[in-house]
Design a protein around this ligand. Sequence first.
Ligand code: F3S
Length: 388
Amino acid sequence: MELNKAEEKILAGEYGEGMRLAMEVLVAVGRAMNATGLIDITSAHISGVNYYNIGDAGLELISDISKTARFSVKTTINPCGPSISSDADILFNKHDVEKQKEIYEAFRRMGAVGGCNCVPYEGTNAAGPGEHVSWAESNAVVFGNSVLGVYTNRESGLSALAAAVVGKTPLYGLHVEENRRPKAFVRLESALKGESEYGALGHYIGKKFKETVGIIGIRRATRLELKTLSASIGTYGSLGMFKLAEIPEKGAEVVDISKEELKESLSSISSDVKPDAVFIGCPFTTAEEITDILNSLNGKRPSIPVYIFTYSEAYEDISRKFNIKSLRENNVHLIRDTCPSLSKVPEIIGAKAVLTDSSKASFYLKASSGVRVAVMDRESVISKALSA
Ligand code: F3S
C-alpha cells in the first residue's frame, strides 16, 4: 500500500496525535485489505454510537479520541440508544441517558453535525454519484452504492471515524470500479410490490451473495421499497451493493427466484402475532414519509400505540406542520434520534409483540429484545394499527 509524502508526514505525527492515530488505523485496514493506497472522501458516517451497544468501554474510548481528533470532512453519526431529547416520549433510564449524552458530546467535539441518524443520504449528509465516502451504517452503504451511485465500503465505526479525521479511506473493495460489476444475477419470476416483498428479497440476497449482485426484474420501485431492500440486504449478510439490470452480463451466474422462495424468506422474517405496538422507522423515516403516514391515519386514533422513529431535522420539520403533543394524545408517538430496534424500547413500553414494515427491525428486535415480530407493507401496518 503506497502513501504519498503528505500521508507519510501524517503517519509520522507531524499533524498531531489525533491525525497520527487515525492514519495508523487506515493504514492497518488498508494493508489487511490489500488496498493500493488512500483516496480522498467527501463525507463520513460513523456507527457505534449507541450506549447500549458500546457501553462504558466504548464511551471511554470515544472520549479519549475526542481529546485530540477533529473531523476534516462532513461527518454524521448513527442513532443513539436511550434518547437524549428532553421531549422523549419513552421513559429511558436516567443513567443511560447521561452516558448517551456524553458519547454524543464527544462526537460533537470532534465536529459531527446534526443529530443521530441512520439515513444520512436523506439530506443531513447526502452524497451523489461518483463521490467516494466512508460510511459505516449498512443500510446507508447499500443504498448509497446501489441507488445513489456513491462509492463506499461497509466500514466499521472505528475505520469510518479514522477516515473522518484524515479525510481519506483505503482504496479497495467497492471504491474500485471492477468490484462494482455484478458477477452473479438474481432474476425475479414476477414483479415485487410493497416493503414486505422487498424486505424478503433483501433477506434472500443477503444470505446468498457476498459480492455485488445484479437484480433482474425490478422495473419500477419506490424510494421506500429500495430503502427497505437495502436495509434488508445489509442486515442478512455482508454484501455492500446491488445493481438493477435488464439482462445478465455474459458468462455471469444467474439464479432464478420464485414467488415461493420469496414467501419462504418472508415467513422466516415475519410471525403471525397480535401486536402490542407498531414500530415504523428502521431505517429512520423522512419528514415526507411521516407526513404520508399521518395523512393515512387521517386523524383517527390507532387502537395500539404507533411509534414513528426519525432524525432531528425531520422531527423539527414535522413539528412545524403537526402538533406533536396532540399526536401523542392520539396514540401516535414521534421519537427522534433513537434506534427503534436496539434501544430496549419494547421492554420499556411493555410490548411483547411488535408490528413493523421493516425486515431489519424484525431481525434486531428479536435478537435484542426477544419480542415476536410481524412484518407487513407500511400501508397494511397502518390499517392494522387502526383495526387491531
Ligand atoms: Fe437505523 Fe437502528 Fe434500524 S440504526 S437502520 S433504526 S437498526
